[in-house]
Write a protein that binds this ligand. Structure first.
Ligand SMILES: NC(=O)c1ccc[n+]([C@@H]2O[C@H](COP(=O)([O-])OP(=O)(O)OC[C@H]3O[C@@H](n4cnc5c(N)ncnc54)[C@H](OP(=O)(O)O)[C@@H]3O)[C@@H](O)[C@H]2O)c1
Length: 326
């Protein structure tokens, strides 16, 4: 490998076209060299629009390309495992979209497949690379709000198409899989603990059969409590809040930050209030650069893939407890 990673993209997914491919193209250590689709004409159209040199009419063809160093996998959730495992078998380091799989058992199989081959693997939870997230972690580590007792998070938006993959049960759709997984992830990230008590409550769509709204309660071994809501039918909100014995942190735009915007953390310490501005960055670009740098320097990606399995364990319990009540 030279000093640039040659990426290949599995599918013409919107997230790839709209965010991740442009982010890799801007990155300091990566280039997008190929895109594959189940339909050659789709791959060719996107390759033409986004200036990608090679288009393939099958995902296999991309995996067989010896000139590809790393794969970005933004397939529907139900397809993540099969195609990521095929990437592992082909010896291709892979950055796979969130949530990693349909469930924790499947996620563990994926992580094990990469570990057995000694091939790097990571989950694409990009918000973790935003300096805003690092800043919140730093404020907590410095004890700026005292002992943390409560965390809450919300991630909702309103889908505008009924044929969206998020409303398809067979493709592992649902609010928790799509956006609630961010809430679980950030609460686990900020507490640094795994919950011992997990309860979900959901409204399942009559037609879709997926959880279209869900709330979750999380109890951690230290006594910290977390709660969150997520949904596919409500006004757009992506927010989290942490309350401690001596203060409060509020992050009002928490997960899908735009590259051109600055984001502000609100911090209360006793009676004092301040706003902490964070620079405008492209968190997808930072994520892609981390993965490429890991490959170039033979080090693990910043966030271990096993974290994705632990996240899925919580997702599994939330869905199982929510379904028990229907
Ligand atoms: N991290 C983030 O910021 C972020 C944001 C949005 C979504 N995501 C994640 O990215 C993934 C893709 O989401 P998206 O909204 O971009 O998806 P999408 O636009 O619906 O694209 C999914 C692609 O998968 C391929 N595909 C393969 N089998 C399919 C099937 N049975 N049905 C439908 N499509 C199939 C299709 O590509 P071809 O026809 O070209 O083969 C399709 O274009 C999901 O896992 C989602 O959770 C992440």
């Amino acid at each position: 490998m030279a000093n640039q990673i040659r990426w290949g993209v599995i599918s013409t997914a919107n997230i790839g076209k709209g965010r991740v491919i442009p982010a890799i193209q801007k990155s300091s250590n990566g280039r997008v060299m190929a895109i594959a689709s189940r339909h050659l004409e789709k791959a060719q159209a996107v390759a033409g629009e986004l200036n990608i040199p090679t288009a393939y009419g099958s995902y296999e063809a991309l995996l067989n390309d010896p000139n590809i160093d790393a794969i970005y996998n933004p397939l529907p959730n139900s397809e993540h495992a099969e195609w990521s495992i095929r990437c592992a078998e082909a010896g291709k380091p892979t950055l796979c979209e969130k949530p990693l799989a349909r469930n924790a058992a499947e996620a563990q199989q994926m992580v094990d497949a990469f570990a057995q081959k000694g091939v790097p693997f990571a989950e694409a939870f990009m918000y973790r690379f935003h300096p805003q997230t690092d800043k919140v972690r730093e404020l907590l580590a410095e004890g700026r709000i005292g002992d943390v007792h409560l965390l809450n998070a919300s991630f909702t938006f309103s889908l505008n198409r009924e044929d969206n993959i998020r409303l398809n049960k067979d493709l592992a759709g649902g609010a928790l899989m799509d956006v609630g997984c961010y809430c679980v992830n950030v609460i686990r990230l900020l507490t640094g603990e795994e919950p011992v008590g997990v309860q979900g409550f959901a409204k399942f769509g009559e037609k879709s059969g997926v959880d279209e709204s869900l709330i979750g309660l999380l109890q951690f071994p230290s006594g910290v409590l977390g709660h969150f809501d997520c949904g596919l039918r409500s006004h757009r909100v992506h927010i989290y809040e942490i309350r401690g014995s001596a203060g409060r942190i509020l992050v009002e735009e928490a997960f899908t930050m735009r590259p051109s915007n600055e984001y502000t953390i609100k911090l209360w310490q006793g009676d004092q209030y301040q706003e902490i501005k964070n620079p405008a960055v492209d968190h997808h670009q930072l994520m892609a650069e981390d993965f490429a740098d890991a490959l170039l320097n033979n080090r693990p990606p910043r966030f271990p893939a096993q974290d994705a399995v632990e996240n899925m364990r919580v997702v599994d319990q939330l869905l199982a407890t929510a379904r028990q009540r229907t």
